[in-house]
Design a protein around this ligand. Sequence first.
Ligand SMILES: Cc1cc2nc3c(=O)[nH]c(=O)nc-3n(C[C@H](O)[C@H](O)[C@H](O)COP(=O)(O)OP(=O)(O)OC[C@H]3O[C@@H](n4cnc5c(N)ncnc54)[C@H](O)[C@@H]3O)c2cc1C
Length: 552
Amino acid sequence: MADDADVIVVGGGLAGLVAATEIADAGKRVIVLDQEGEQSLGGQAFWSFGGLFLVDTPEQRRLGIKDSYDLALQDWIGSAGFDRDEDLWPRRWAEAYVAFATGEKRGWLRAMGHRIFPVVGWAERGGYDAMGHGNSVPRFHVSWGTGPGVVEPFERRAREAQASGHLTFKFRHRVDALSITNGTVDGVSGSILEPTNVERGKSSSRNVTGDFTLHAQAVIVASGGIGGNHDLVRQNWPERLGDAPKNMISGVPEHVDGRMIGITEAAGARLINRDRMWHYVEGIKNWSPIWPRHGIRILPGPSSMWFDATGTRLPSPLFPGSDTLGQLQYIMSTGYDYSWFVLTQSIIKKEFALSGSEQNPDLTGKSWLMTAKRATNKGAPAPVEAFKNHGVDFIVRDNLADLVGAMNALSGDNLLKLEYLKAQIEARDREISNPYVKDTQVMNIHNARKYIGDRLIRTAKPHRILDPTHGPLIAVKLNILTRKTLGGFETDLDSRVFGNDGQIIKGLYAAGEAAGFGGGGMHGYRSLEGTFLGGCLFSGRNAGRAAAKAAG
Ligand SMILES: Cc1cc2nc3c(=O)[nH]c(=O)nc-3n(C[C@H](O)[C@H](O)[C@H](O)COP(=O)(O)OP(=O)(O)OC[C@H]3O[C@@H](n4cnc5c(N)ncnc54)[C@H](O)[C@@H]3O)c2cc1C
């Protein structure tokens, strides 16, 4: 039987698009299948903030940041905490990825027209020792144009390949099985779903109107993770993080359903590290939702005070923006699946950013004029103010007694005691008048303000939380928000998938979140942030190049 293409790519997200464009550029024929409609091309990456982990860049150097491969690898290994036999390939991927992020990544993107916002962000700051978790220096490079700015070059290349006949898109084609002949994966079969005109990101129907079978020399699985499927998230929830949360909100569209992971596993592919996931603890319910249970992650600056459901301040160094997994573990140990930020108007206007392309119209729309307003500090960005006014998780009051009363009413648990919260806030406030202090969160604020980027747009001038001139007071109820899958299919550096017998499955490749962004989990337990889009770029590129070469 004649092949329908040289390679089939399952998934038109970033990883699939990168792989497909590499295959087409190598002069091969590729089919890209996606269960969603054409309007959703780009998958999660379109919705992303477009933050990229890059090392020793001109942007960093201009801000006086000294970074290097060795420092970045030290941070990566300290964060990953690799401790399993199956971490062999993930560790190799980690080393190769940090080298990519230090070397080719920026130039490769730049040559395709990608640009970077000049103020480098400092995500996951850790707070342990030099070998522990976190970024020693700012490395989170926001793409000019956010997520769509990352997708753009690859969609353009894909459209060019489509025009030249090298690439065919088949939307509303849902893969239900991989076909294997004599031990080699040589095609896919599945269902054709009814056409849809739902807006990008909204849930589309799963009504079947037909079926299809396609053959090729190889198949690349780039179908994303499991974050939209809360049953799967709960099923894979590790004991070390306590019980799975009863209430979660979704940081990803419903198509991130994990279904293709089970299908690929059923074909013999080895799935490793499925218990490693990257969910956030600063989730707020979207007051204007696009997908079911739609939540947004606050990217917090360092100054908000953080309390658990019972009103106890989170222990050092679990400050905003320090250690996502540590925070998740702590919060789940309290027996409640929510926590609280308490802050001032001065903090919200300088420190709150919301992750997602639609929440950052200035950067997404590539408007220098609008973006410059972040530094002038006249008020919080409009999307943040909108959440403050409409979001169900936000409470704004002039005094602490009213604030705590409203917090108790919102949670319905009545766990917060005014005197207890007041005592902790006043104690912290007494530390503010000196530049040298005992309170580690306040030390952290002073440290952040030594970095010009933070001083400019991310860290409020230290002040007392209970100082009415910085008011009103604000409380935000924080929910657990599902997002990324850190485990995935075990792959070699060519993105070829291993079977359960430890041998490469001929004809089968995996890339992006489905491959744990490479190797089956190159992040280990924790991420340094901005490493997911980059992981799609790197593993998608490797998969595409290797599959094209193997196609002969
Ligand atoms: C709001 C938001 C903000 C983010 N911000 C950042 C950031 O700043 N930096 C960063 O590094 N990362 C960020 N991320 C994460 C990053 O965007 C994703 O991890 C990444 O885009 C995943 O890409 P992917 O190609 O692996 O999968 P996806 O984008 O999920 O694409 C997979 C595609 O496969 C299709 N598919 C699935 N199963 C089938 C099937 N059986 N048949 C056919 N098609 C199928 C799906 O419909 C989908 O289109 C963010 C994510 C979100 C949602």
